[in-house]
Design a protein around this ligand. Sequence first.
Ligand code: ATP
Ligand code: MG
Length: 453
Amino acid sequence: MTQSQPSLALHPLSLAEIAALVGGRVTGDATVTVSAPAVLDSRHGEPGGLFVAMAGERVDGHDYAGGTRATAVLGSRPTSLPTVVVDDVPAALQTLAARSVARLRERLTVVAVTGSQGKTSTKDLLSVVLSGAGPTVATHGSCNNELGVPLTMLRADAHTRFLALEMGARHVGDIAHLTGLVAPDIAVVLNVGQAHIGEFGSRAAIARTKGELVRGLAPGGTAVLNADDPRVVAMRALTDGPVLTFGRAEHADVRVQDLVLDRLGRATFTLRTSGASARVALPLVGAHQALNAAAAAAAGLAAGIPLITSAVALSTASLSKWRMELRTLACGATLLNDSYNANPDSTRAALDTLAAISGRRRIAVLGAMLELGADSEAEHRAVGEYAAAHADLVAVVGETARPVADAAGARAVAFPNNQAAAAWLHEILTDGDVVLVKASRGARLDEVASALG
Ligand SMILES: Nc1ncnc2c1ncn2[C@@H]1O[C@H](COP(=O)(O)OP(=O)(O)OP(=O)(O)O)[C@@H](O)[C@H]1O
Ligand SMILES: [Mg+2]
């Protein structure tokens, strides 16, 4: 779905030129040129590419330069390959990306997406919409931080028309830092939830951080805001430029109407603007995906793509793995694998979807939701109550998630680890059951999903 371009924005760029751009010095042959993507993992290096070596606490990337297929290295010390040596590797990567994209800026439309939930889903949907209109480079997976964003930017080249960037944040100022690398023409803000609240401290701080995307717009850029989330709509005040809203609200510029979920929980709905309307049948599970699709269509409108064109593209979309992945198991049960990540809001959205799928029994397999700080126990309890109201059985995995089981009461079964939960599921699952598997990445509940065959 994502069309990656096999060359750097400035390609071919010699190491001498890179060193001049980032204020570094070259060891080895400075005439070597870079013409393929930059990578952080030495194993992903391609001939002509740039291996960005980082010195971590346990492993030092520089030690792996000898094993990469990349042609050159950006690092903080010389390696066995021609190397641009700098003091601060992340800062140099960011400078290189910013300067490279600046040269392409006139013919590029840059769309950035942030929010507490749905960034990757929306970015993937957006990538489908934009790809229909021109060569598109989009974030791979969730590479949305101070390293992932510049690496994505460096995949753009002279042929690229659209750059779709997922931008994530853990602290106030993180998004402002990213928009400092490239100011988006279109800024999509999905929602202000509770993801990483432990690190942010408050929802107000989260709202302020997401707002940095709107403040960081290029002059005249368009803000695409969720009409259903008061904290997001309030971001109107942060820009003098055009604003497009999306959502179920009556006044939304791109409105989701007549939403129905089919037997498998896939959303079909109408997208309506003042001048057009189109029916969309998303091949994705979950009512919340309709809002993500509306966000993508609104961003498409801001980029000059007609609503009808986006609607057709959206009806053919698919998502990254482990996000609401639907599979029929050998025993006839339906597995809804959403084990990629979780927080209280996204878990409730997944439980809504589980409840909307028709089946004999609905079984929620839930693990820890991490990074909730002092609210952790209360949030797990609240999800436990919600799960008891939406599922027939609530299987809870691990000690952190224990309050989910306590609150779910008689419907709950608790397991110490993924193996025990998988063994129990093997025993009880039969034809017609529907199973949701969901937890934060750290809980690795994909192990349960894959153990089910
Ligand atoms: N608009 C939404 N509202 C609530 N939950 C959502 C929404 N969109 C997606 N989700 C759910 O949130 C979870 C994460 O989705 P996704 O990966 O798209 O989000 P993300 O913002 O990229 O997350 P991350 O911060 O991990 O990168 C999934 O369980 C998904 O089903
Ligand atoms: Mg993501």
